[in-house]
Design a protein around this ligand. Structure first.
Ligand SMILES: NC(=O)c1ccc[n+]([C@@H]2O[C@H](COP(=O)([O-])OP(=O)(O)OC[C@H]3O[C@@H](n4cnc5c(N)ncnc54)[C@H](OP(=O)(O)O)[C@@H]3O)[C@@H](O)[C@H]2O)c1
Length: 299
């Protein structure tokens, strides 16, 4: 086990919580971060700390709100003070979901979603990458989505935030590879977590009343989608995502894939896009005189 110390965001529920537990059970030192550990997440923070004690694993719960530079700086100070200044893996997992007609989202709605899904991930990366670069080793895992590669109507704003995360992460991948730091993107499909219960609704609800047949389609789409997400037989289990995160952490530096699709339901489509896109990327990098980066890229 070469990369030992791991920080993950959004560990109060869903993938973040299970991944934190899975990594800790496998012997890693985990900083399981969440926002509002003294408020709305107090119960989850206490439960996770108790769980760590009961299981005798090295997991510490820390406050980290990805929308706040101060909160990230304070978490970083806390982590580095207790690790002699090092951190090996940073996992940008925190995210929020939104659904609705594109026209019904105000700019403030977009800002709320991007603050977490895009700028939040960038803030955390910018805070910790200097440490990884200095170490000349490390791993940044970005939790994106199959919806960061394909577009489903009525989910366009969320999708756009994950598309943005994908572009930023792929660019980081090329830029950091020669410096010994890996970037991997996890692309989960539909999983039953708490994401759907915390969905950000668009502010302009009037628009939907003017969308006739499209609004009807959206209604039936979300009804089916909600049912699918609540189906106990859904083949996608959140533990799958945690297991893939563990696998990435345990893969040697420089050998990690850029993208990992985790989806037994719709994953095939993202894999086709990823395979095609990686060929296109190789060719475009060559065209722009950046072949050196291709040589360094091992997929
Ligand atoms: N579930 C799926 O089907 C699915 C599919 C593809 C991708 N994903 C992605 O997977 C990631 C994890 O989602 P999940 O499905 O596990 O849902 P989840 O259970 O709702 O977890 C999301 C986590 O993000 C946290 N979060 C939200 N805003 C935050 C902020 N400002 N600062 C810090 N943490 C914040 C939440 O904390 P609070 O409890 O405080 O809100 C929660 O811990 C997300 O990036 C999501 O987009 C999920």
């Amino acid at each position: 086990m070469s990369l030992k110390k791991i920080l993950i965001t959004g560990a109060s529920s869903g993938f973040g919580k299970i991944a934190a537990q899975t990594l800790a059970l496998n012997g890693y030192i985990v900083f399981a971060t969440m926002r509002n550990i003294k408020g709305s997440n107090a119960q989850y923070a206490n439960e996770l700390e108790l769980w760590a004690k009961d299981n005798r694993v090295e997991l510490r719960v820390l406050e980290l709100d990805v929308t706040s530079d101060e909160s990230i700086a304070s978490a970083k100070e806390n982590v580095l003070n207790s690790t002699n200044g090092s951190i090996d893996v940073v996992i940008n997992n925190a995210g929020i979901f939104s659904g609705g007609l594109i026209e019904s989202f105000t700019i403030d709605d977009y800002k709320k979603i991007y603050e977490v899904n895009v700028f939040g991930a960038v803030r955390v990366a910018n805070a910790f990458l200097p440490v990884l670069r200095q170490q000349k080793a490390g791993l940044l895992i970005q939790v994106s989505s199959v919806l960061g590669r394909v577009v489903i109507p009525f989910g366009g704003v969320y999708d756009s935030s994950k598309f943005a995360l994908e572009a930023i992460s792929e660019s980081l991948y090329y830029e950091l590879k020669p410096l010994g730091v890996d970037v991997s993107i996890i692309e989960p499909g539909p999983f039953s977590t708490e994401l759907i219960q915390k969905v950000l609704q668009p502010s302009n609800q009037v628009v939907a009343t003017e969308y006739g047949v499209t609004a009807k389609l959206m209604g039936s789409y979300y009804e089916n989608y909600t049912q699918q997400m609540q189906d106990p037989n859904l083949p996608n289990k959140p533990q799958d995502v945690a297991d893939h995160i563990l696998k990435l952490v345990e893969t040697p530096n420089g050998k990690r894939p850029l993208r990992v699709v985790v989806d037994k339901v719709t994953g095939g489509v993202a894999e086709v896009i990823n395979e095609t896109a990686s060929k296109v990327q190789e060719s475009i990098l060559r065209d722009f005189g950046l072949s050196e980066l291709i040589i360094n890229v091992e997929n």
